[in-house]
Design a protein around this ligand. Structure first.
Ligand SMILES: NC(=O)c1ccc[n+]([C@@H]2O[C@H](COP(=O)([O-])OP(=O)(O)OC[C@H]3O[C@@H](n4cnc5c(N)ncnc54)[C@H](OP(=O)(O)O)[C@@H]3O)[C@@H](O)[C@H]2O)c1
Length: 271
């Protein structure tokens, strides 16, 4: 990427790990300011120090917040205002999953997942738009998932939250077209990050979606996402195999998908 600043201020949620940290790494050389948000402040600070050392032109701000809490989201927005920053690029990346059947799921985890994957993303988007509209331009990447186009047993609520993210992003993109604001639904398949460990339940051993051959590297996912948003794409499935799988899933009649999913080996079931 060129060394000139493409972005004045990039707000990245879930930057302490995985895709969020990789977005920060790839955007630091082309941004004036980054605002990194997550609960694990030490991880954010250590990433910020590395980024500022590697890219002296960027200022990195770290904000500790549990984004499931409305008060903490408001504090993040207030901190950004008091830093006199106005994000022109929002990356709603923070999210969690939960592998296993719905019946035996832990309600607190389900509620947390819905809050972080949908409510926080929607709230931060809502709060960022006025500034972008005033500037006459802006970019939003909402991190969805390949799971968003398929109802997946043993991943039911997660897949539903990502269907929400994709649908919301597509509709918002059309609403905002006249304002110069780009909106991308990024829909990765499996990526090696901290996601699997958080999604894993104690009683379910070694559950990983798909085979190793469908995994895409986080660096590639983020490179493709940044190219896709610059091209003002509506939706992107990173990696050739994942894009192919998405195209097939989108063209198969829904009754066949139902049959396929009901024959799929169940990963965990309560006895
Ligand atoms: N990895 C995959 O296979 C995959 C595939 C498709 C889509 N995705 C999506 O990609 C996004 C990023 O996930 P990842 O794969 O990079 O996983 P990850 O390494 O576990 O990163 C998740 C990030 O979300 C943050 N987060 C979680 N709960 C939070 C909360 N309550 N408040 C604030 N931040 C919170 C975490 O930070 P703290 O724990 O420090 O708060 C962490 O930085 C997610 O939306 C996920 O659904 C992942």
């Amino acid at each position: 990427m060129a060394s000139t600043s493409l972005y004045r201020c990039v707000l990245i949620t879930g930057a302490s790990s995985g895709l969020g940290a990789e977005f920060a790494r790839q955007l630091a050389p082309v941004s004036k300011a980054l605002v990194l948000v997550a609960r694990r402040l030490e991880r954010l600070k250590s990433l910020a120090a590395q980024l500022e050392a590697a890219s002296p032109g960027v200022q990195v701000h770290c904000l500790q917040a549990d984004l499931t809490e409305i008060d903490q989201r408001e504090s993040v927005l207030e901190s950004i205002r008091s830093l006199k920053l106005e994000p022109d690029f929002l990356i709603n990346n923070a999210g969690i999953g939960d592998y296993g059947e719905f019946l035996s799921s832990d309600w607190q985890k389900v509620e947390t997942m819905m809050r972080i994957n949908m409510e926080a993303l929607t709230h931060l988007t809502h709060s960022s738009l006025a500034g972008m509209i005033k500037q006459g331009s802006g970019s939003i990447i909402n991190v969805s998932s390949l799971a968003g186009i398929l109802a997946i047993p043993d991943f039911a609520v997660y897949a539903a939250t990502k269907a929400y993210v994709t649908s919301f992003s597509e509709a918002l993109r059309i609403e905002l077209m006249g304002h110069g604001i780009k909106v991308l639904a990024l829909c990765p398949g499996p990526v090696h990050t901290g996601f699997g460990q958080v999604a894993q339940r104690e009683e379910v051993s070694n559950v990983t979606p798909g085979g190793e051959s469908v995994y895409v590297d986080a660096v590639q996912v983020v490179e493709e996402a940044l190219t896709a948003i610059q091209k003002n794409k509506a939706r992107h499935y990173p990696g050739k195999k994942i894009a192919f799988m998405a195209a097939v899933m989108s063209s198969v009649p829904v009754f066949l998908l139902r049959k396929m999913m009901s024959r799929r080996p169940r990963r965990s079931q309560s006895s």
